[in-house]
Design a protein around this ligand. Structure first.
Ligand code: MN
Length: 486
């Protein structure tokens, strides 16, 4: 069932679009040479330009342009060879110039899309545009009882604002869109995608309409929702609030609201009825940005592999299912880990160990895969030891636990603990013979037709050998030994 909100008499659908600000990965800011490093001493990374001193001229950072083009290609979008920087004028303490340099009329990228998959199937979410702009500084309200502190380290950091079309129809789709977008910018290394550090920030546009109604009703913009989970929550809550308003005969005001995750509500921030007039105009200090086909083509040729391409390759080269490949590529670190681990190993087994035991262990310890105590090569080696019959699958689980705790390689652990599978049939026969001799009464019962007891014997044999015997081999040899006994 698709996402619907049932009112008293009407069924409603969600109409949602996301505006996402992505901080560009670059050494220096988009129009100044100041560093973009996160977490520095306040105001130590602000040039005169960033601090709004008069007479400073912006110089466009080519790296930021390149990052926008890369991202645009990753979003299946059109790269515009002609784009223009505009001034968006408004007053705020963390914006000392009194305007933000952005792109309104001619963005660098337009008309892209992302394919998202939910339980409903696959849908295309359109992307209207990606434009290049500068970030504002930070106002800090909680350092002094009556004063606001200003930190301009962030002022002038390059941002890509990525605006989707209002194509999203469920909170799940919004979540998937955001995850997919984050995964794309991470693969491309154009933005680190860390929502909790604010390097990726999401504004959510929400409206609702009765099923079948054309056009759009007034939308509410929920500002700065900063995790995938919160985005999905905020949409759900805001959509229900709007349905309740309409159902009770009221109107929805076009306004900006804030999501309060603790009280599970959205609250008004400012009304768009007296929306600011930003007085956009082309920045006289910056000429239009003109790109050549060669320049764009060169970037396209050197683009790293994207998640979709990697998925297709994993399916083709390793024979993985679409589902498994999709999980492994959804996060770049996981994909890299798999590629490291799979070298020379059975791909399906490696994938299963990663998605099963490793994910569970990492989840339990709240570690990301790049912090995994088990190195990719070692997990691969563990799978190799199972494939070669050096250890049994059961012993492998034990070795895995020790690897988690100690970070040691599986071969060292198997050596130290003497866990090697016994494959020498003389040795195995010796163990079987011993177990049979200690249980002659049960052997007689088997001979009398109580076949079920064979399972019990296998269990005993495994116990005596501490699981080091291959159960298939144990079974075969047990049959052989039993047939010898008359
Ligand atoms: Mn913006």
């Amino acid at each position: 069932m698709s996402y619907r909100i049932q009112g008293e008499t009407t069924e409603w659908e969600l109409v949602c679009g996301l505006e996402i600000h992505c901080q560009i990965i670059s050494q220096s800011k988009v129009f100044s040479g100041a560093s973009t490093k996160f977490g520095g001493e306040p105001n130590n990374q602000a040039s005169f330009l960033d601090a709004g001193f008069p007479g400073q001229l912006p110089v466009l950072n080519e790296k930021c342009v390149e990052q926008c083009i890369k991202t645009g290609i990753g979003l299946n979008a059109k790269i515009n060879k002609y784009s223009v920087f505009d001034r968006k004028n408004y007053f705020y303490g963390d914006l000392p110039t009194g305007y933000q340099i952005t792109q309104l009329f001619h963005p660098i990228v337009s008309e892209g899309y992302i394919e998202v998959e939910t339980e409903e199937g696959s849908r295309t979410i359109g992307i209207e545009r990606l434009h290049l702009e500068q970030d504002a500084g930070k106002s800090i309200h909680d350092m002094h009882p009556s004063k606001t502190m200003l930190d301009f380290n962030r002022a002038g950091v390059g941002l890509m604002e990525i605006v989707s079309r209002p194509d999203i129809r469920s909170p799940e789709e919004a979540g998937e869109y955001l995850r997919k977008l984050r995964s794309i910018v991470r693969y491309l290394e154009t933005c680190d995608g860390n929502m909790d550090e604010g390097s990726m920030r999401c504004d959510v546009n929400v409206s609702v309409r009765p099923i079948g109604e054309g056009g759009y009703r007034p939308k509410v913009e929920v500002k700065n929702v900063n995790s995938v989970k919160f985005v999905m929550h905020a949409i759900e809550i805001e959509a229900h609030r709007q349905v309740d308003l309409y159902e009770s005969g009221n109107k929805v005001l076009q306004e900006t609201r804030l999501f309060d995750p603790i009280n599970q509500e959205t609250r008004p921030m400012r009304s768009k009825e007296n929306a600011l007039d930003y007085r956009y105009f082309p920045d006289p200090d910056l000429p239009p940005l003109i790109l050549t086909d060669d320049y764009i083509e060169n970037i396209r040729q050197n683009l790293p592999e994207l998640p979709e391409q990697k998925k297709a390759r994993f399916m083709k080269d390793f024979g993985l299912s679409a589902y498994d490949a999709g999980i492994l590529v959804s996060d770049k670190e996981t994909a890299l880990y798999f590629e490291d681990a799979v070298q020379g190993q059975d791909a399906k087994k490696v994938a299963n160990w990663i998605m099963g035991d490793l994910f569970a262990a990492l989840n339990k310890t709240c570690l990301s895969i790049s912090q995994s105590p088990i190195k990719a090569k070692d997990l691969g080696a563990l799978v190799g030891m199972i494939t070669s019959g050096t250890i049994s699958g059961k012993i492998a689980k034990e070795v895995f636990e020790i690897m988690l705790e100690t970070g040691k390689s599986p071969s060292v652990i198997v050596e130290e603990k003497g866990l090697k599978q016994v494959t020498d049939s003389t040795a195995i026969e010796g163990i079987i013979e011993k177990v049979l001799q200690e249980n002659t009464d049960k052997v007689k019962e088997i001979k009398a037709g109580k076949e079920k007891l064979k399972g019990w014997f296998v269990g005993q044999i495994m116990k005596v050998s501490q699981g080091k015997i291959n159960p298939v081999l144990a079974n075969q040899l047990l049959e052989k030994k039993l047939s010898e006994k008359e």
